[in-house]
Write a protein that binds this ligand. Sequence first.
Ligand code: NDP
Length: 327
Amino acid sequence: MTATKTERIKCLIIGSGPAGYTAAIYAARADMNPVMYTGMEPGGQLTTTTEVDNFPGYPDGIDGPTMMIQLQKQAERFGTQVRMGMVTEVEFSKEVGGIHRACIDNSTWVEAETVIISTGATAKYLGLPSEQRLRGGGVSACAVCDGFFYKNQQVAIVGGGDTAAEEATYLANICEKVTMLVRKDEMRASKAMQHRVTSTKNIDLRYNTEVDEVIGEQVVEGLRMINNETGEKEDIEITGLFIAIGHKPNTDIFKDQLEMDDTGYLITQGKSTKTNIPGVFASGDVQDKEYRQAVTAAGTGCMAALDAERYLATVESEAEETEKVSA
Ligand code: NDP
């Protein structure tokens, strides 16, 4: 019986959002023959967005899924192999020049000289059936992406952290009125951000308030709020509901191997995309809880490919030196 040989690749890219595809374009053009595994949601978070109006180079905007298909085609034009599949386990080598291993769909292992992680983060939702039904129909987890579609309209936002505070003030500039629902009697956001919220006239701040139901069949038409102290319910008319209750970085499979902060975001070194493991790089939302934009993710994807290319060059030249010395 012959044992099947494990595939060895130069550059493994995990995840298929703007960071992953940009890394793929750069890695492929640098002859690193990248192989990308797309993950469960090929194209990443942008595929759940309708119109992308803030990515430079698209004067008329572009819808998220189309943009991701174009990014895939561009990556494939230079030789990237894009494969459907989920990386379910990793074994990273701690040695410089060591070989990293990744298991695909709990069955096949691949070996890689470099790994670029661009697994992104997933926006948290409340989990209400009415909210899930209206995702894409007025319920959004990104005010910067979708706020403009609600110009001069009435909207609501849920959350009391820095993101919710920042997005509420962003929306207040565009929309007629923003109702902000905070579930406790205080906000978690920094004092400065709280001040910005409370001093913005068209933000109606409601403490101890949660979403009872999002009203509307095809599109959002209103919101039933509930005061969690008194149980009192109130309906308001809105056309957009923004959920800003945090994100979860997709890093579970890297636990105990890569350094992460206390919320699970990967830690990169200085201005680079280097993780604590030589040859493993992180780009996009998986290492960025602050900016979280397609264009910033793409930027760090480019950086990760350049960092990986330089790493390989150093490893190869060190190996050549060692060969010369021992010859
Ligand atoms: P946070 O985890 O800080 O805040 C989440 C908020 O959502 C909290 O107010 C929380 O309420 C609320 N929440 C959670 N679950 C629910 C629920 N089921 N129903 C209602 N409300 C809920 O997330 P952020 O995205 O705001 O921030 C993430 C990190 O990024 C933070 O460290 C933040 O400081 C940072 N950040 C910094 C910015 C800046 O400096 N400019 C901008 C944006 C983010 P509760 O408090 O009751 O738990």
